[in-house]
Write a protein that binds this ligand. Structure first.
Ligand code: UT7
Length: 328
């Protein structure tokens, strides 16, 4: 069977207006700008309004991606939203977005792979297009992590922010587009990063609120070790599957969880920092939105040119990881 080459036709991103700086956080918990900058690389992050939900952030990002792709919402065959902070448990944020965009003929579903969700979503959608099932797909990575963050817990509240990134996928010329995907999961690490409340194990109740189960929990140091290991290995495996080597990387677009995690991946892959998109200083860790936001910024600011080999790599709760090689 002949597969259709699939690539990115357009990108978009959107963040809420409100900025939460390290100095603001100093007034909220026992922390300081120096600790946050040296331990994480972060300076500020964006925070949604109380009335702003995932679909609200997704709309402008999606519209920008559609515009850059030169298509309209009515052309979309598929919408996948990767998020751990959907508007609500159901209907899916993808269905809410479908309605808001007017993407009448698009199938729509959410995908749960935490910060790796965007890479999982790309792999999902590109298969539909490669097989000729669908022509155009919209993949959105969006998070409103501020709504599940405990702003009395300094271990987590300095890290997370809100935002959305979107791409439109479609057919591209031979030799361009996605060259490989490497996806993985290790459910044994599920306890390290989780939000327990509001599901069928611990439905929302006064007791679940009392126990703070509606906030995300993270064993930071353990996740850090996992991330350092898996970022390098996932990227290497994606390169191997694409028949490429580390030397072929023109731009690395990593999940923006911690500058030290990114630096260790750069070291392992022998990639200099100028060949890496870094935006965590301005946005913090935006979960599933972090890779598409960084990719959109790279596209907008001329960091990528036609034929460049981009490696996207991420990890997250699950535990999950994923990487992809994309020729621009
Ligand atoms: O995208 C999803 C995945 N999330 C991540 O990738 C996060 C991965 N983990 C990390 O990025 C890092 O583990 C953190 C940034 C969360 C923490 O950095 P760390 O170097 O692992 O610090 P630590 O947890 O070992 O804590 C070191 C010290 C502790 O104090 P003691 O026990 O040594 O006295 C913490 O209590 O730093 C303290 N600490 C803080 N101090 C000031 C923790 N958070 C803060 C803070 N401000 N915000």
């Amino acid at each position: 069977m002949n597969l259709i080459p699939v690539g990115v036709l357009g990108t978009g991103r959107h963040v809420p207006e409100r900025i939460l700086t390290n100095q603001d956080l100093e007034k909220m918990v026992d922390t300081n700008d120096e600790w946050i900058r040296t331990r994480t690389g972060m300076r500020e992050r964006r925070i949604a309004r109380p009335d702003e939900a995932a679909s609200d952030l997704s709309v402008p990002a999606a519209q920008e991606a559609l515009k850059r792709a030169g298509i309209t919402a009515a052309d979309l065959d598929l919408i996948i939203v990767a998020t751990v902070t959907p508007d609500m448990a159901f209907p899916s944020t993808a269905c809410i977005l479908q309605e808001k965009l007017g993407a009448k003929k698009a199938a729509a579903y959410d995908l749960s792979a935490a910060c790796t969700g965007f890479i999982y979503g790309l792999a999902n959608a590109s298969n539909f297009i490669a097989l000729g099932t669908y022509k155009y797909a919209l993949i959105v990575g969006v998070e409103v992590l501020s709504k599940i963050t405990d702003y009395t817990d300094r271990n987590t509240c300095v890290l997370f922010g809100d935002g959305a990134g979107a791409v439109v996928l479609g057919a591209v010329p031979e030799g361009h587009g996605f060259q490989s995907f490497e996806l993985g999961a290790d459910g044994a690490g599920g306890e390290l990063l989780k939000l327990e409340g509001g599901g069928s194990r611990n439905p929302s109740s006064p007791a679940s609120i009392e126990q703070k189960l509606h906030y995300l929990y993270m064993a930071g140091a353990e996740v850090f070790k996992f991330a350092v290991r898996v970022m390098g290995s996932a990227a290497e495996e994606a390169l191997r599957k694409a028949g490429l080597t580390k030397e072929d990387i023109d731009l690395l677009v990593p999940h923006q969880a911690n500058i030290r995690i990114i630096q260790s991946a750069l070291h392992r892959l022998h990639v200099p920092e100028e060949k890496c998109m870094i935006n965590l200083d301005r946005y913090g860790n935006v979960g599933a939105a972090s890779i598409p936001m960084a990719l959109a910024e790279a596209a907008e600011t001329g960091r990528v040119k036609e034929g460049d080999r981009i490696v996207m790599v991420g990890f997250g709760a699950g535990l999950t990881w994923g990487a992809s090689v994309l020729v621009w």
